[in-house]
Ligand binder design. Structure first.
Ligand code: SF4
Length: 694
């Protein structure tokens, strides 16, 4: 806390929007926030912040906030306002009743990547220790779960390799499936600064994002691929690197597994991966593929930054592994200016995965089947843990529809709006007997809930977030929780009613427990966070102040493992009926489903989601700029206003998903990544036609 005099003070905390994790100073008058300013000593942002962090915090005191718990016996009934005691007792008795009737595995929980590490840890502990199963998952399932799987398989750790600052030493920067100027603006500024100093930029994206060509920045190559062909393009780059002798043979010999490398080299050398073959698949000219491969492999320090345009595909995990292959093949891992860097969408996606919110992993990415890991947690929690992985979020929905999954505790995620195939999610929730929603607003999911528990915003609680560079930063309470309790206190109260003896008086005690039980967090404490400002994990006996660059002398898994990444086209095909491919993205002023940003002044910059369509496709259909259009896919239909745009190639349309009425997820399909079930949001075959009016 910094005291400013005249009743004013400021508190350093962390932005609750994107995975950059900017440190902000909440300037206070009494217990009122009057301004949010970027904190100059924040290591992720160095005194910068974007329009979301600076101006979009007013939602915390918006009149739509839920401040009273509510219950009802059926979703057709009206809500009844009740006390916290009554709401928690009702939820606990319903969960007990369901388990008695349908079995231990008939309920589960969802951890929010918007909440703190400590809150996520408590939800997964509630599920494992009080529910007695592993049916816990996080909203990372629908965004970066392929990153966790792909990077662990190849490099040995489910996290990015670098600090953001590392980009300042990059000579070549490859941005694939990400739009940093809108999605990660403060990091984008750093990246653009490096480009202005002469670094070369390769963009791989179906849309001409701002980075491709702006007043001060121009990409050396833009590979404008067809949505769904990332893996083919990455394999083509690898093919050129191998056949043109651009491999870093010394790095590979010293650092990578021989047999896996030889198998991979043979695979990528095949003609099916040659640029000419890939041009036919992806639409990217073979000449550009060669140019990009040579620039990446021979241009000095080369760093890859990627986003949901890589992960949210049927081959999301394959693409992540193909990216890791490229970095290993060219020796671009283990020092500043290089690496593999997932740009995480939400503030705490990294953290929610780190603390054990997956159905197959306990904190620190240790499998539930590992007896030694289980024994550690069993001793600490005084319970016996299941050794079989639990249900992922989409499996929970399927199980609800077949009658074996009947109760859900959902903290801070609007699954009806944010998960694919809305109709399927709604049907699954309607089939459940007890849905507990804990949120700051009455969201779409709450329409299917039986218990509504008021959530707390980032301004109302202590805790930590972990950003995309593994940086753990403090979230500090600047005002009391509007409804009386912070989210972690509510989870603790519910767990106690279910017989799990949680006794924490402050989130710092939860972090102590995480550190005690998780090797990569062993050296993390609130005292150290206050002293250092932030810490990048691993932080332990070997790295007392944290680790900025990973895999320096050897990979976390020992030797790096190349993966064979065969391109398999998505089953979502264009046809005469659905001749266009829809892909999605974000806009600078808004955030995800817009629950927060739509309730702030930022709404003035973006009033609605629109459908971008190429002028040729629009002309073919008689669509003019601003017309209402119907968008129909195999899953459903919606209506949006059209914007004519040559940022896309003909045959591809694009929209954002910040407004509930836009219905982007009404039309996305059930297709998902083969390894992690991450939805294939980025490829939906659609037809677009003019409609009279929405
Ligand atoms: Fe920083 Fe992201 Fe917040 Fe913007 S939204 S201030 S870039 S953390």
């Amino acid at each position: 806390v910094i005291w400013l005099g005249q009743g004013e003070h400021s508190v350093v905390t962390t932005c609750a929007y994107c995975g950059v994790g900017c440190a902000l100073k909440a300037e206070m008058k009494g217990d009122q926030v009057v301004r949010m300013v970027p904190y100059k000593d924040g290591k992720a942002n160095e005194g910068h912040a974007c329009v979301k962090g600076r101006f979009a915090w007013g939602y915390a005191t918006h009149c739509d906030r839920i401040t009273t718990p509510m219950i009802r016996n059926a979703i057709t009934e009206a809500w009844r306002e009740v006390s916290w005691d009554d709401a928690l007792a009702f939820a606990a008795s319903e969960f007990k009743r369901i388990q008695a009737k349908y079995g231990c595995d008939s309920i589960g929980g969802i951890v929010s990547s918007r909440c703190t590490n400590e809150e996520g840890y408590l939800v997964q502990k509630l599920v494992r220790a009080a529910f007695g199963n592993n049916n816990v998952d996080t909203c990372a399932r629908v965004c970066h779960s392929p990153t966790g799987y792909g990077l662990k398989h190849t490099l040995g750790e489910s996290a990015g390799t670098q600090t953001f600052k590392s980009v300042e030493r990059a000579d070549v920067i490859m941005v694939i499936g990400a739009n940093p100027t809108d999605g990660h603006p403060v990091f984008a500024s750093r990246l653009k600064k490096r480009l202005r100093q002469g670094a070369k930029l390769i963009v791989i994206d179906p849309r001409r994002i701002d980075l491709v060509k702006s007043p001060h920045v121009r990409a050396a190559c833009h590979l404008q691929l067809r949505p769904g062909t990332n893996v083919a393009v990455l394999n083509a780059l690898a093919h050129v690197i191998v056949v043109e002798g651009l491999l870093d043979e010394a790095f590979i010999a010293a650092r990578c597994e021989d047999m896996a490398f030889n198998t991979w080299r043979q695979f990528v050398s095949q003609p099916e991966n040659a640029p000419e073959a890939t041009e036919a698949i992806s639409g990217v000219p073979a000449r550009l593929l060669r140019e990009a491969a040579r620039t990446y492999a021979a241009g000095g320090n080369a760093a890859i930054y990627y986003g949901l345009g890589v992960t949210e595909h049927a081959q999301g995990t394959t693409a992540v592994m193909a990216i890791a292959n490229l970095a290993m093949a060219t020796g671009n891992v283990g020092r500043e200016g290089v690496g593999v860097n997932p740009l995480r969408g939400q503030n705490n996606v990294q953290g929610s995965c780190d603390i054990g919110a997956f159905p197959h992993e306990l904190a620190g990415y240790r499998h539930v089947g590992d007896a030694a890991t289980r024994a550690l947690f069993e001793e600490a929690w005084g319970v016996e843990l299941q050794s079989e992985p639990g249900l992922r979020i989409p499996n929970m929905f399927d199980a609800a529809l077949d009658g074996s999954f009947r109760g859900l505790y959902c903290q801070g995620e609007d699954i009806v709006q944010s998960d694919p195939n809305t109709q399927h999610v709604a049907a699954a929730l309607s089939a459940m007997e007890c849905v507990v929603v804990q949120d700051i607003f009455f969201n779409e999911t709450a329409k299917y809930a039986h218990v509504l528990l008021p959530g707390s915003s980032f301004l109302e609680k202590d805790g930590t977030f972990t950003n995309a560079e593994r940086r753990i930063s403090r979230v500090r309470k600047v005002m009391p929780p509007l409804a009386g309790y912070a989210d972690w206190e509510v989870t603790m109260q519910l767990a106690r009613r279910l017989g799990c003896d949680m006794q924490y008086s402050h989130p710092s005690e939860i972090m102590e427990e995480i550190a005690r039980l998780t090797p990569s967090f062993r050296g993390v404490s609130y005292e150290k966070l206050d002293r250092l400002g932030s810490i990048q994990w691993p932080c332990n006996e070997e790295a007392a102040e944290g680790t900025s660059i990973m895999h320096i002398d050897q990979f976390v898994r020992g030797k790096g493992r190349f993966a064979v990444t065969r391109f398999i086209p998505t089953t979502e095909k264009v046809t005469r009926k659905y001749p266009l491919i829809l892909t999605t993205g974000r806009i600078l002023s808004q955030y995800n489903v817009g629950a927060q940003t739509r309730r702030t002044e930022n709404v003035r910059w973006h009033l609605e989601d629109r459908l971008e369509i190429h002028p040729h496709d629009a002309e073919d259909r008689g669509i003019r700029d601003g017309d209402w259009v119907g968008i129909e896919s195999r899953a459903g239909s919606t209506v949006l206003r059209a914007s004519l745009s040559d940022r896309l190639q003909p045959g591809v349309v694009y929209t954002t998903f910040h407004f509930p009425g836009s219905g982007a997820n009404v039309i996305t399909t059930d297709n998902s990544d083969w390894a992690t079930n991450c939805p294939e949001y980025k490829v939906t075959a659609v037809q677009v036609l003019p409609v009279a009016h929405a």
